[in-house]
Design a protein around this ligand. Structure first.
Ligand code: B3K
Ligand code: ZN
Length: 896
């Protein structure tokens, strides 16, 4: 966050082990909002595996130095500077005691120790611990921690830190203390403390081996009625990790704490996870089905980090995907299991589809821009900028490929070996790959390229059927798509791609498969291991010309190119036994149609209807053998953002026109079917956040949203008004409000005004719901009379708006800039001017949040010329004004 002219680039190749190690850390906090005193006693020794250093260089930021002693004696040879503290001429082994002060009340960055709603919280990953006290703040320095917290008892009745509570009691002057001890060695980024007026939902359970565990979900008192789902999610996570990976909770106590000011989703601090309220608090009135599912996923994610991240951590931050990719994979598998059991492929597919949608829209876009980097980056300026879709989501796909190659059992063997070798250590992505390779007796040298090469791989497929010889050959060629120069530099050779394939016969059934050289038919889905730039696989004894089902279940994070005809896609949509590819066929069909229409819109030509898509969608909508949740996903058109990315030159207005045209066409042609689907998927009675009930609500509300597109939306308005008034849950209420807003935008009628007012009045006391209220308005469709930017600017002045609260900033500013492309990319540049103002304002408050927003313009070179020029001007304006290392790295890379 420093204000340097030439930012320092940190490189992976420069890694060197720390010159000193710190075995134990004893921290004492006197918690006062404006001046907290921190006394830190460290057992330091020279690292036998490192080069000799005369001085101990500790990191520290925004700290006031008070005193230093070594082995109890004042040490004068200390130099405090902007980036830390140099302790000069130190002995080989010594006890260092440092006293300093920080100002949590003034800390708006939400990194380090800060105050939110009058309570104290910490966030240390990646480099926040150095804002609390001086330290070797790097993940390969692991220590055991003892923490004493002292604070006013009335203002801060609850005092929490990592591990086990070993002492507590009263102090003079109305103060009290608590002492915590974490028995496990950990890096400083996993340290946490919480102090304040909080209450907990508690539950005691027995872990797999019969040990008693105390589970707590801590929140502000008025939120206690919204903690049950988080607790249930935690218990499910514990059980799933025991069953699937044999991993047990290692502490006697596990705590989750919710905080409303938080930069991201949640943080896996050892035994004391700190969460954004958005990923903890839920009851039927305030949270949607999507919120319930997200809470389950994030609670799982943070809990799973206890083994993948905490027990085995990262040697350096270049290895971030070691813990994040692996833990995302684990949370995806957990959510899939929760939505249908570990074995039900059709139910698991809906989760897979949702994850792949995110990957393709967000990670593939990252690959195509100036921030493209490998899963294991080679360099960074600000590490917080590298908590990316590539590290997380592509990283998860890389981990998933081991499981695709070795099966669930082989993957488990690799995990077991990984923990056997590395428990308690700080290791690398190579160590993980070696464990997978050794446990399965495989050479995975080529697989390393998935970690070191940036860009989205592309696999082009051609097929040939020889009817006389009954041979079907599939030729796969690999390369990269859309690579930026930075990504191209990393691309050294072909990848090992597990490419799952099936062949579908003319009757729609899977054919049994026999590859050339095999003596018998095998399974109907085969994972081909592609290792060369071009490779041909030949299936023999193929009775009739098949249709290939390619990359089943999205077995690798690649783009597949194959020239399917529209009728072939419709056939796959109707028959493929692989649910992912059934969905994929519909998306290909829709994308093709939408891009053709967008090209016409871009060229100012009239849009014409095509019935192929309507017929295919009609069959899906009315097919009772398909689950409602699958139908919902299949009938959702690709997003405007995704579509714009597929154009040679992104034209958001044209994409919007094309997509609206198709939505209206689908609404009109299938009106009776949508009305029938609406009625057939009502979920009367008590709200339940189960996958089945959520699936019904999802399809019903999708029907409502299509109906709101009709020229005469009277039916939609009638249904939505009744649904809004009668709703006993937020999913239905928010969907009804959104349908009314849609109908209002389309017709100019004021259907939504009253409902919006009612929504605000009803939920004024629920910040997470008010976030939805802001976000619904920021993402609404504009009208010619009132572009959305005007609404957004008016909402910035609303008394409930607060730029310092990241959730609120995201609900209004990010929603508009990132989730309303047609309005944000207005031809007059008004969206970009707004974006620049907000990035500059946030830069001074919270660089991490500002840097996220700054990324919104990074694909500027891919837009139409007018937009491109306006975007560059906005980027230049920001580059000239911002100070933080975080934002500067983003805008400078974008402009380079
Ligand atoms: N490990 C944290 C992310 C920390 C982000 C720091 N800027 C949450 C997670 O991935 O679980
Ligand atoms: Zn994580």
């Amino acid at each position: 966050m420093s204000d340097t002219a030439t930012p320092t680039v940190i490189r992976r190749e420069d890694y060197a082990p720390p010159a000193f190690l710190i075995d134990t850390v004893d921290l004492e906090f006197d918690l006062v909002p404006e001046r907290t005193i921190v006394k830190s006693t460290l057992a330091v020794r020279r690292n036998p595996d490192a080069n000799h250093a005369t001085h101990l260089e500790l990191m520290g930021e925004q700290l006031e130095f008070i005193s230093a002693t070594i082995d109890g004696q004042p040490w004068e040879q200390v130099r405090a500077h902007d980036h830390g503290l140099t302790v000069e001429n130190v002995p080989d082994t010594f006890t260092l005691t440092l006293t300093g002060a920080c100002d949590p009340a003034a800390n708006t960055t939400l990194s380090g120790l800060y105050v939110s709603s009058g309570n104290f919280f910490t966030q240390c990953e990646a480099e926040g611990f150095r804002r609390i006290t001086w330290f070797l703040d790097r993940p390969d320095v692991m220590s055991t921690y003892t923490v004493t917290l002292r604070a006013d008892k009335i203002s801060y009745p609850v005092l929490l830190s990592n591990g086990n509570l070993i002492a507590e009691g009263d102090l003079p002057d109305g103060r009290h203390y608590a002492k915590w001890e974490d028995p496990f060695r950990k890096p400083s980024y996993l340290f946490a403390l919480v102090a304040g007026k909080l209450v907990a939902l508690e539950e005691r359970i027995q872990s797999g081996s019969g040990k008693e565990k105390l589970l707590q979900v801590w929140v502000e008192p008025h939120d206690l009625d919204k903690t049950r789902h988080a607790m249930d999610s935690l218990i499910h996570s514990i059980r799933w990790d025991e069953a699937r990976f044999g991993l047990e909770l290692d502490l006697d106590r596990f705590m989750i704490v919710a905080v409303s000011d938080f930069n991201m989703g949640a943080m896996e601090n050892k035994g004391l996870n700190i969460f954004n309220t958005k990923y903890v608090l839920a009851n039927p009135e305030t949270a949607t089905d999507v919120d319930f599912a997200n809470i389950e996923a994030v609670v799982g994610h943070e809990y799973f980090h206890n083994w993948t991240g905490n027990r085995v951590t990262c040697r350096d931050w270049f290895q971030l995907s070691l813990k994040e990719g692996l833990t995302v994979f684990r949370d995806q598998e957990f959510s899939a299991a929760m939505s249908g059991g570990d074995e039900n492929e059709a139910a698991r597919a809906t989760k897979r589809i949702e994850d792949v949608r995110v990957l393709r829209q967000m990670q593939f876009a990252e690959d195509a821009g100036p921030m493209a980097h490998p899963v294991r980056p080679e360099s960074y300026v600000e590490i917080n900028n590298f908590y990316t879709m590539t590290v997380y989501e592509k990283g998860s796909e890389v981990v998933r490929m081991y499981q695709t190659l070795f099966g669930r059992d082989g993957f488990r063997k690799g995990m077991d070996l990984y923990f056997q070798r590395h428990d308690g250590q700080a290791v690398t992505c190579d160590d993980f790959r070696r464990a997978m390779a050794d446990a399965n007796g495989r050479d995975l040298a080529q697989f390393e390229r998935w970690y070191s090469q940036a860009g989205t791989p592309r696999v082009s497929v051609t097929t040939h059927y020889d009817a006389a010889a009954k041979r079907y050959s599939v030729t796969l060629s690999q390369g990269y798509a859309n690579s930026s120069p930075a990504a191209r530099e990393t691309q050294k050779g072909p990848l090992l791609i597990p490419f799952a394939i099936g062949l579908i016969g003319p009757d729609g059934q899977d054919l049994p498969l026999k590859l050339e050289g095999e003596s018998a038919f095998g399974a109907t889905t085969r994972v081909l291991e592609v290792t060369e730039t071009q490779q041909t696989f030949t299936f023999v004894d193929v009775a009739a010309k098949p249709l290939p089902s390619l990359l089943r279940n999205f077995s690798a994070p690649v783009i597949v190119e194959y020239d399917y005809g529209n009728d072939e896609l419709a056939f796959l949509l109707a028959h493929d036994s692989d649910p992912f590819n059934r969905w994929e066929a519909g998306q290909r069909l829709a994308t093709r149609e939408l891009l053709a229409l967008a090209a016409r819109a871009s060229a100012g030509q009239p849009l014409e209807a095509n019935d192929a898509l309507v017929q295919a969608f009609s069959r899906v909508l009315t097919d009772p053998s398909l689950s409602p949740s699958f139908r919902e996903l299949a009938l959702m058109l690709p997003s405007e953002t995704y579509l714009a990315e597929q154009m040679a030159e992104s034209d958001p207005a044209a994409v919007h026109a094309a997509r609206q045209f198709v939505r209206k066409r689908l609404a009109t042609a299938l009106k009776a079917e949508w009305l029938a689907a609406y009625q057939a998927n009502l979920t009367p009675g008590v709200y339940e956040p189960t996958p089945e009930a959520a699936g019904h609500r999802g399809l019903k509300n999708l029907a409502l949203s299509y109906l709101s597109e009709l020229d005469d939306p009277a039916d939609a308005v009638r249904l939505a008004t009744a649904q809004y008034d009668a709703a006993n849950n937020m999913t239905d209420r928010a969907a009804a409000l959104s349908a009314l807003m849609n109908a209002s935008a389309a017709t100019g009628a004021g259907y939504a005004k009253k409902a919006l007012e009612d929504f605000y009045a009803r939920f004024e006391q629920e910040p997470l719901v008010i976030d939805k209220w802001f976000s619904l308005q920021a993402t609404q469709r504009g009208t010619s009379q009132r572009p959305v930017i005007e609404t957004v600017r008016a909402l910035m002045r609303h008394p409930a708006f607060n730029l310092k609260n990241p959730n609120r900033a995201r609900s209004l500013i990010f929603s508009f800039c990132a989730a309303n492309p047609a309005q944000f990319h207005a031809a007059d540049g008004s969206g970009y001017a707004f974006w620049a103002e907000q990035v500059i304002a946030l830069d001074a408050i919270n660089p991490q949040v500002a840097a996220r927003l700054a990324r919104n313009l990074e694909l500027w070179r891919r837009f139409t010329p007018t937009l491109r020029d306006a975007m560059r001007a906005a980027l230049e304006q920001v580059a000239a004004r911002v100070k933080s290392r975080d934002v500067r790295e983003i805008v400078e890379k974008a402009l380079a």
